[in-house]
Ligand binder design. Structure first.
Ligand SMILES: NC(=O)c1ccc[n+]([C@@H]2O[C@H](COP(=O)([O-])OP(=O)(O)OC[C@H]3O[C@@H](n4cnc5c(N)ncnc54)[C@H](O)[C@@H]3O)[C@@H](O)[C@H]2O)c1
Ligand SMILES: [Zn+2]
Length: 363
């Protein structure tokens, strides 16, 4: 069964389709309906696994298409990759009616989306996310962009996709570590916005981690619905959208001080969510029971909840000050006021952060 979620943004509205077996004919038909010449962007690994299925669908729908493969990995989320896509679009004589399709994880989605946002001042693009993180997070919401040598995601544009097709079958080949990275973001949605979903995740975590198709499709669907509602209310992150950064202040700091090599993003966010749950309890916003439930579910998923002793609190706190999400010198935090309820706090002190970090060393 295919689930459909809609992101309602006026003339920039679009559908997110979630289910099994979408990649072939169904994807071809939907893309065909957008009626244009298509450039499929992927990397060698993902394209060798799923390019054939997408290509079959496009051929059956009579879509004119070609493809460009980018080198894999975060280190290639660069202007050089964007340039390669612009070259392919120019050389292929793509016009303003063209469609760029991102087939891959968040890196491919961010780069292809930014190339689409900038080619001829913006052409349409569709996301076909193949990692759990991309299906529940990066493919929805229209943030596109690349890294600068001095910082992650510093160059970019808001450019909403015209369609998102999340085929959960593609997750079967994803390394377990990457699956868990996406699960961390799924848990985040339950914690910040939906206590019922959180309870459902407590019961279904094992099935989700093992990618049971029905459970996975439901988790992706609810996650996309929550993200869609947040994006609808604050497309350009002037306020409420910041709640999606729950766990990310500490998470980004953990990634930065460990040189972006020791933890993948979702695992660092798991530690960051554990810290934010502790901090919420320290601030008196969250009960001890709520904190234990939050940390308990992250642990149950097999994600890290402990801050290792060789990562210094001082370094983490400095790294947080450098975070581009820190407004005017003070560190803002998204804290829980219960499972499924979060608020933005501007009055978090360094001492309170240090205390929370100390607590999660003993988890
Ligand atoms: N735009 C946004 O709103 C947003 C939100 C969150 C994250 N992001 C960005 O997303 C990126 C991370 O995305 P990611 O976690 O998907 O990483 P990724 O795109 O690097 O993919 C992880 C790895 O899995 C491989 N892979 C992808 N699909 C596969 C499949 N089905 N089977 C086997 N291997 C597969 C990829 O080739 C890659 O090696 C970061 O750059 C981050 O900044 C963007
Ligand atoms: Zn994240």
């Amino acid at each position: 069964m295919t689930k459909k979620e809609r992101v309602g943004l006026g003339e920039r509205s679009y559908d997110i389709l979630i289910g099994s077996g979408l990649l072939g004919e169904k994807a071809g038909r939907l893309i065909g309906e957008l009626g244009c010449k298509v450039l499929v962007v992927s990397n060698r690994r993902v394209y060798s696994l799923y390019g054939g299925r997408l290509a079959d669908g496009l051929e059956k729908a009579g879509v004119k298409w070609s493809h460009t493969l980018l080198p894999d990995g975060e280190k290639n989320k660069t202007m050089k990759s964007v340039g390669a896509l612009h070259d392919a679009l120019v050389d292929g004589k793509y016009d303003r009616d063209s469609l760029v399709i991102a087939l891959g994880g968040g890196v491919i989605g961010d780069v292809a989306g930014f190339a689409a946002a900038t080619y001829m001042r913006g052409v349409r693009f569709a996301q076909v996310p193949t990692t759990l993180l991309a299906q529940v997070d990066s493919s929805v919401g229209g943030k596109t962009g690349v890294n600068h040598p001095k910082g992650k995601n510093l160059i970019g544009a808001f450019h909403q996709p015209s369609l998102v097709i999340a085929d959960v079958d593609t997750l079967a080949t994803l390394p377990k570590k990457e699956v868990l990275g996406g699960v961390a973001e799924v848990i985040k949605y339950g914690l910040i916005a939906d206590s019922k979903f959180f309870g459902w995740l407590e019961k279904n975590m094992e099935a989700l981690v093992n990618l049971d198709p029905g459970v996975t499709a439901k988790a992706v669907g609810v996650s996309c619905r929550i993200k869609a509602r947040v994006v609808e209310s604050d497309e350009r992150e002037t306020g409420l959208r910041a709640m999606l950064n729950f766990g990310h202040t500490v998470g980004h700091a953990v990634e930065a001080v460990t040189g972006y090599t020791r933890y993948i993003h979702g695992h660092a966010v798991a530690i960051g969510m554990a810290a934010a749950a502790e901090l919420s309890a320290i601030k008196g916003a969250l009960s001890g029971k709520g904190r234990d439930a939050a940390i308990g579910l992250i642990r149950k998923a097999g994600l890290p909840v402990t801050l290792p002793d060789d990562i210094s609190s001082q370094e983490l706190i400095s790294a947080m000050g450098m975070d581009k999400k820190a407004k005017s010198g003070s560190i803002r935090f998204i804290l829980l006021h219960g499972v499924g309820d979060c608020r933005i706090h501007a009055d978090v002190t360094r001492g309170q952060i240090a205390e929370a970090l100390m607590k999660i060393r003993r988890n």
